[in-house]
Design a protein around this ligand. Structure first.
Ligand code: UD1
Length: 416
C-alpha cells in the first residue's frame, strides 16, 4: 500500500513527522513492503530557516518529490501546486493521500485528489485530513477557507480535539468519517522535548540567568505573522503599543517570519526593534540604547524554538500551533487574535485570547505573567496520534481492497 504525504509550509513538518514514523514502524512490524510512504514537498515554504532545518531537526527523510512552487498570491500558489501535483498523483497512483493542517498546500492537494481518476472506474486515493474540524468561524482567515474545503473533500477526518467533532457533525459530515485521533504536532513535541534541552539558543541569545546549565533568564517570546495583524501598519502599531509595557519588564525575543520582516521594513518600523546584529551602545545617560526594545531575530529551527518556548515566562503569538504547544508545555500564552479555532487551549490549557487592540493585549499580558505554570493535557494529546491515524488508514485501505475484490469477482458489479 502506498501512502502519499503532503508537506508544504513550516507548520506541516512537525505534523507529518509522526505519521512517517508510524508508517515506518508499521512496515517494521508487518514486513518491509506492507506500507510505502511517499513524501511530497510543495515548496510553499523554502530555504533553511523555513524548511530545511525542520527536516534535520525532525529526522524527516528528504522529500521523494519537490514541487518547488515558492511564494505567490493565494490563487497563483494554489493553482501552481494543483497543476504540478496532478502529474505526481497520476505517476504514483497512491492508495491514500494524507494532508495535514490548513495551509494552501493542504487544500490544493486535497482538491486535485478528489477529482483525479486513475482508471475507467474512477479510482482515486483515499483522502485523509489530519487536524480536521477546527473552526475559527472567521472566513476572513485564508486558513478557515482551507479547513472547510479540505474537510468536505476528505474521506477520513482526524480531529485533534472535541470541538472538531461537533463542528464536523454540525456541517453534515457523516459520523463514520470522523476519528478523534489526538494531535500529531504534540506527538512531535513529546518526541523531541528532551532533545530541545540540548539547544544552545539561550546561550547564543545571552538568556542565561547563571552558570548552571539549565538556568534561564526571565524573558517573553513573541511571534506574529498573520496577514490580518502584520499587513496593515495601524494594526501592527497598535499591537506593538500593547507590548510596550511587557518589553520594559523583561526582554521580549521576536523570531520574525519573513513576511513580518518585510512589513517592518516597508512600514518603516525598524526603529521599534533592537536588531540581533546591532550592538547595544550606551548613550550619554548611561542607559543602553535599545535596551527595552523588542529583540527581533530571524526565524528559529524546531528544536531551538521549542527550547525558547519551554523556558519562556510568557509566549505572545498569533500562531495556531503555538497555542497548542504552550498548552502542552504548561507555559502561559497570550494569543493576539479575535478568536481561536483551538478552544481546548483556553478551556484546558494556558491560553488567553487577547484580541488585537493595545488595551486588550496589555490586560491579557498582566493577567498571564502572574499565572502559575502548568496545565492538564487535552484528551489524547499523548504522543500516539500518528500511530492511531495510520492504523485507521490501513484498516480502511484493507476494506477498500476487499470491496474491489468482491466487485471484480462479480460481473454485474464490475459492469456497474
Ligand atoms: C503560511 C500559512 C499559514 C501558516 C504560516 C506559517 C497559508 C494560507 N498560510 O502563511 O497558515 O500559519 O504559513 O508560517 O497557507 N516567505 C519567505 N520564505 C518562505 C515562505 C514565505 O520569505 O519560506 C515570504 C514570502 O515573501 C511570502 C510570505 O513570506 O510571500 C508569505 O508566505 P506564504 O507561504 O504565502 O504565507 P505565510 O504567511 O507563511
Amino acid at each position: 500500500m502506498k501512502i502519499m504525504l503532503i508537506v508544504g509550509a513550516r507548520p506541516n513538518f512537525m505534523k507529518a513527522a509522526p505519521l512517517i514514523a508510524a508508517i515506518r514502524e508499521h512496515s517494521r512490524a508487518n514486513g518491509q513492503k506492507s506500507l510505502q510512504a511517499i513524501l511530497v514537498h510543495t515548496g510553499q515554504h523554502y530555504g533553511e530557516a523555513m524548511s530545511g532545518s525542520f527536516f534535520t531537526d525532525l529526522d524527516l527523510p528528504n522529500p521523494d518529490v519537490h514541487l518547488e512552487v515558492g511564494s505567490a498570491s493565494h490563487a497563483v500558489q494554489t493553482a501552481e501546486i494543483m497543476r504540478k501535483f496532478e502529474e505526481v498523483l497520476l505517476a504514483e497512483k497512491p492508495d491514500a493521500l494524507i494532508v495535514v493542517g490548513d495551509v494552501n498546500s493542504t487544500v490544493a492537494c486535497a482538491l486535485v485528489a478528489a477529482k483525479i481518476s486513475f482508471d475507467s472506474n474512477g479510482t482515486r486515493p483515499l483522502i485523509a485530513h489530519v487536524e480536521a474540524g477546527l473552526r475559527s468561524f472567521d472566513r476572513g482567515m485564508p486558513e478557515e477557507i482551507n479547513r472547510i474545503v479540505t474537510d468536505h473533500l476528505s474521506d477520513l477526518l482526524f480531529v485533534t480535539e472535541e470541538s472538531g467533532i461537533q463542528n464536523l457533525i454540525h456541517e453534515g459530515i457523516p459520523n463514520e468519517k470522523i476519528h478523534f485521533a489526538g494531535n500529531t504536532m504534540i506527538d512531535s513535541l513529546l518526541t523531541f522535548k528532551a532533545k530541545a534541552d540540548g539547544s544552545v539558543i539561550l546561550d547564543k541569545l545571552e538568556l542565561r540567568s547563571g552558570p548552571a546549565k539549565n538556568s534561564a533568564a526571565r524573558y517573553a517570546l513573541l511571534t506574529l505573522h498573520r496577514p490580518s495583524n502584520v499587513d496593515h501598519r495601524e494594526t501592527f502599531l497598535n499591537i506593538f503599543d500593547g507590548l510596550q509595557e511587557l518589553s520594559t519588564s523583561c526582554p521580549v525575543i521576536f523570531p520574525a517570519h519573513p513576511r513580518t520582516q518585510q512589513r517592518i521594513i516597508e512600514f518603516g518600523l525598524a526603529e521599534f526593534f533592537q536588531l540581533a546584529s546591532a550592538p547595544q551602545s550606551t548613550n550619554g545617560s548611561g542607559t543602553c540604547a535599545g535596551a527595552n526594545k523588542i529583540r527581533m531575530i530571524d526565524p528559529l529551527g524546531y528544536l531551538d524554538f521549542m527550547c525558547m518556548m519551554k523556558n519562556a515566562a510568557l509566549v505572545v503569538t498569533d500562531s495556531g500551533g503555538i497555542q497548542e504547544e504552550t498548552t502542552c508545555l504548561g507555559v502561559p500564552c497570550v494569543t493576539v487574535r479575535e478568536n481561536t479555532e483551538r478552544p481546548v487551549t483556553v478551556s484546558c490549557g494556558t491560553n488567553v485570547i487577547a484580541g488585537t487592540k493595545a488595551e486588550g493585549i496589555r490586560k491579557a499580558i498582566r493577567e498571564q505573567v502572574s499565572r502559575p505554570r502548568g496545565s492538564s493535557a487535552p484528551e489524547k494529546w499523548d504522543g500516539q496520534a500518528g500511530t492511531r491515524i495510520i492504523e485507521v488508514i490501513v484498516v480502511e485501505l484493507q476494506k477498500k481492497a476487499q470491496e474491489s475484490d468482491v466487485a471484480s469477482s462479480s460481473p454485474l458489479l464490475t459492469r456497474r
